[in-house]
Design a protein around this ligand. Structure first.
Ligand code: F6P
Length: 362
């Protein structure tokens, strides 16, 4: 019997809803086109220790379409070009990319389908240049990957944040409070903007539009003057006050990237001090990443997984699948990682929010 060609599949960076939908679609598409899939465990770490890689057949991806997380495991600190190792002196870094290339060949793979955000796709591009053929699939709740209208995972995160805002409304109304919800998004404000509009927020703070706390307070006072019992503020974790800096969590562990967080509490305290309103800050955190994907993310993940495998089988390496409505298209990986996709300040979405009286604090 003729040996089947093999395709490696890995997930990298933070998890999000829809990863399993991509894996399932990729494995089933490969199988129906006569190729074999190999699941690489724990991102590129699975190419440093190939005992962790296993053949994935359609039966292995049964029942995962609606599940969160990734059956392959993932990490956001396993860059083989700068691979961390804990020693008695702390964390040291080594370039282990050569081992990855050797193990890729040992596994007899034709190429890799790399499912990840900006960071993982950049690593993928470096391996493409070292001779490992790759196709990228854009993943992240942040929606910050350029060249695709939407990344999978984003819609689920927005749905969860919107539901949180719905729930906060009832407490805000009952107690006459100002509720400040901090959402994820790193350096872009897509989640806050979309959930803020869908969830009926009064103030939306995003990194792309530095805010003036006095303007935020003026909006809240104005609502109170007009007899409104409460106000809802949604802030991106990366939102920044005019002339100020982003807020990071206290102790960044040695060798780890500093993590954004805490701006919600600051905004909440300032609103309380300036307006006298009773305020509460809520951090939604990783709830935005876990759990069941929305139908949109299941469908997008499925389309991405199937298109990525077709691209690989057709030898269209060095590309990323991208949603360019109405179709999924292939874009050069270089283009996808050249910059992150920020919220355009003049977009119709921002304009619609302003038309509705939502304040950006500017
Ligand atoms: O990039 C996805 C994301 O969830 C960001 O929105 C957030 O800043 C970061 O990852 C959190 O990372 P970790 O899971 O390492 O805390």
């Amino acid at each position: 019997m003729k040996k089947k060609k093999r395709l490696g599949i890995l997930t990298g960076g933070g998890d999000c809803a829809g990863l399993n939908a991509v894996i399932r679609a990729a494995v089933r598409t490969a199988d129906s086109l006569g190729w074999e899939s190999v699941g690489i465990q724990e991102s590129f770490g699975g190419l440093l220790n190939i005992k962790r890689s296993r053949v994935l057949r359609p039966v292995d991806v049964r029942g995962i379409l609606h599940t969160g997380g990734t059956i392959l495991g993932t990490t956001n600190h396993g860059d083989p070009f700068n691979f961390p190792k804990r020693t008695s002196k702390g964390t040291e870094y080594a370039d282990r990319s050569g081992e990855v290339v050797r193990n890729f060949k040992k596994l007899g793979l034709e190429g890799l389908v790399i499912i990840g955000g900006d960071g993982t796709l950049k690593i993928g591009l470096r391996f493409q240049r070292l001779g490992i053929p790759v196709v990228g699939v854009p993943k992240t709740i942040d929606n910050d990957v350029a060249a695709t209208q939407i990344t999978f995972g984003f819609d689920t995160a927005v749905s969860i944040a919107t539901e949180a805002l719905d729930r906060l409304h009832t407490t805000a109304f009952s107690h006459r409070r100002v509720m400040v919800l901090e959402v994820m998004g790193r350096n872009v404000g897509w989640i806050a903007l979309h959930a803020g509009i869908a969830g009926g927020a009064d103030v939306i703070l995003i990194p792309e539009i530095p805010f003036d706390i006095d303007k935020v307070c003026a909006k809240i006072r104005d609502r109170a003057r007009r007899g409104r019992r409460f106000s809802i503020v949604v802030t991106s974790e990366g939102a920044v006050p005019k002339g100020g800096v982003q807020k990071f969590q206290a102790a960044a562990e040695a060798g780890r990237e500093a993590r954004l967080g805490g701006i919600g509490e600051i905004v909440s305290d300032r609103i309380c001090d300036v307006t006298g309103a009773e305020t509460r800050a809520i951090v939604l955190g990783h709830l935005q990443r876990g759990g069941r994907p929305t139908n949109f993310d299941r469908l997008l993940g499925t389309r991405f997984g199937s298109s990525a495998v077709r691209a690989a089988i057709e030898g269209k390496w060095g590309r990323m699948v991208a949603l360019r409505p109405p179709s999924i298209q292939l874009v050069p990986l270089e283009k996808a990682v050249a910059h992150i996709k920020r919220v355009p300040k003049g977009s119709d979405v921002v304009r619609a929010a302003r038309d509705l009286g939502i304040s950006f604090g500017d």
